[in-house]
Design a protein around this ligand. Structure first.
Ligand code: 4AD
Ligand code: MG
Length: 479
């Protein structure tokens, strides 16, 4: 359908052509002489209006009620100019075949249904306009991501999902465990010495879930960054694009337990290079969808967030604001507004602060905040000369808040070791990471972008659970 209706004249150049459309019935209107079936195949937002008169082969299927909303059909006909005002062309049907009927209980009928309701129907929601459009734009953003990095000489890297290290040091990891038949589960920690993959138990009988990757602790990765650093210090510029996991029990519209992250890592690069890369990347992918997903973007502009196209066009054209954490704190302290969380130098910025800065102070422009206090940031960030801050940056965008978190990495062995000691992290377990500072260490930097937050930003969808096909968050792992 996209092939026919996607052109500038929306199919008028294809008049008279014979066509087969396969898809799912969105609506059915039976009139005395003809029947209109709107068919959608997911290739675009538009349906193909199929006009069936009583002499068409298969018309009996309409009469007998076989065709209803949700049914799968195969329709053959001729492209003709449409009398209706909603479309330029329609299909004059010669032959109709019902491929799969749809039970009357099909839950997504023509009337508008809430996105909360659709979350309970995650298997059927891709058949709605909103989720069709979100899926196509998500796909385009993924494609544009690879295109951007490939065109700029980055090598794509698959970082492992199972890992022993906690990149962010925040303890928000899911443990990996092996299921055993009950009779093989040892009841005490001692009993784990023999079968390597047994689920160990503590003496009080609790299962020690953290010990079970064939006898060693292993977790689902929170970030591929540390692995990306190893490849950046060999291939220069690399990026990961894969699933990451956070065991945060937070029920917000911006957090998922499983989300996709894009993590570029650049060697021979500092924080300036990192911010420039993040800016160029965001502008590139946003421009890509504005150019290539026009119909879906128009849909979001009308139904999801009025003005989103203008907002995104600004992102492509405007310079992003940059300010230091210290300046951001100044601005917040001077704000004529009371925040739920009061601001002091050294505090972590909350989403109310981020929203105030991006939405009220800089009215809708992405803002990069840099040089955060070292005490609120991860161990691997490079210490600034002031001894108090690190070369970190967060990119904040309106509606979403933090879209990107990145930094220049600490490439000096003695500083990094000191930092691990200060944070009481186990230096031995980072031996390979420290090796990178022993053998040909270089200044390097990178960032992580939460892909679902990008989808939110680019579509106006307000809940992150609607920006991923099957959201994983507290209470949702059914589908
Ligand atoms: O700021 P974060 O925690 O940074 C890192 O993980 C770094 N290791 C990245 C790097 O430098 N390579 O996460 C990066 C981004 C955030 O800015 C946010 O967009 C997203 O990942 N993110 C989440 N998205 C959805 N649900 C969650 N629970 C998220 N946690 C982080
Ligand atoms: Mg962060």
């Amino acid at each position: 359908i996209a092939d026919i209706k996607g052109g500038p004249d929306q199919g008028l150049n294809r008049l008279g052509e014979n066509l087969v459309v396969r898809g799912w019935v969105r609506t059915l209107r039976v009139q005395s002489s003809v029947t209109f079936i709107e068919v959608n195949d997911g290739s675009c937002l538009s349906n193909m209006q199929c006009v069936i008169s009583s002499d068409a082969e298969g018309y009996d299927q309409v009469e007998s009620g076989l065709i209803s909303t949700g049914a799968a059909v195969w329709v053959q006909g001729t492209i003709v100019a449409s009398q209706g005002s909603k479309q330029k062309v329609e299909l004059n049907v010669d032959k109709l075949v019902t491929v799969g009927t749809s039970d009357p209980s099909f839950p997504i009928q023509k009337k508008r249904v809430s996105r909360e309701f659709l979350r309970t129907k995650a298997h059927l929601r891709p058949r709605t306009n909103t989720f069709g459009a979100v899926s196509r734009v998500r796909n385009a953003l993924a494609y544009a991501t690879h295109k951007f990095f490939q065109e700029n000489g980055f090598v794509w890297l698959s970082s492992p999902i199972i890992t022993a290290s906690d990149c962010e040091g925040a303890g928000e990891q899911f443990c990996v465990t092996t299921l055993l038949p009950l009779e093989q589960v040892p009841t005490s920690r001692e009993a784990t010495d023999s079968p390597v993959n047994a689920i160990p138990r503590t003496k009080d009988g609790l299962i020690d879930w953290s010990q079970d990757f064939f006898g060693k602790p292993a977790f689902l990765t929170v970030s591929g960054q540390l692995n990306a650093e190893t490849y950046a210090t060999a291939l220069t510029d690399v990026y990961t694009f894969g699933p990451t996991f956070r065991a945060e029990n937070s029920n917000t519209s911006r957090h998922l337990a499983e989300f996709w992250m894009i993590e570029p890592e650049l060697a021979f690069a500092d924080l300036e290079d990192d911010m420039a890369c993040a800016t160029a990347y965001l502008q590139y992918v946003v421009e890509y969808i504005l150019e290539n997903c026009k119909e879906d973007m128009d849909f979001f502009n009308t139904w999801i967030e009025k003005g989103i196209i203008a907002r995104l066009s600004d992102v492509v054209e405007k310079r992003f604001v940059q300010l230091s954490y210290t300046d951001a704190v100044e601005i917040l302290l001077k704000a004529k507004k009371t925040f739920e969380f009061p601001v002091t130098w050294g505090c972590d910025l909350q989403s109310e602060h981020e929203r105030y800065i991006t939405e009220e102070v800089f009215s809708g422009c992405p803002v990069i905040i840099r040089d955060y206090p070292k005490d609120i940031k991860a161990f691997y960030m490079r210490q600034n000369d002031d001894g108090k801050t690190v070369a970190a940056m967060d990119m904040l965008v309106p509606r979403v808040g933090e879209l990107i978190g990145g930094s220049q990495r600490e490439e000096r062995l003695e500083y990094l070791e000191q930092r691990l000691d200060d944070l009481k992290l186990n230096k031995e377990s980072y031996w390979w990471y420290l090796d990178l500072r022993r053998y040909g260490s270089v200044p390097h930097a990178g960032f992580g972008l939460g892909f679902e937050r990008l989808v939110q930003f680019a579509t106006g969808i307000d809940n992150i659970r609607d920006a991923i096909p099957f959201p994983r968050a507290p209470g949702s792992a059914e589908f």
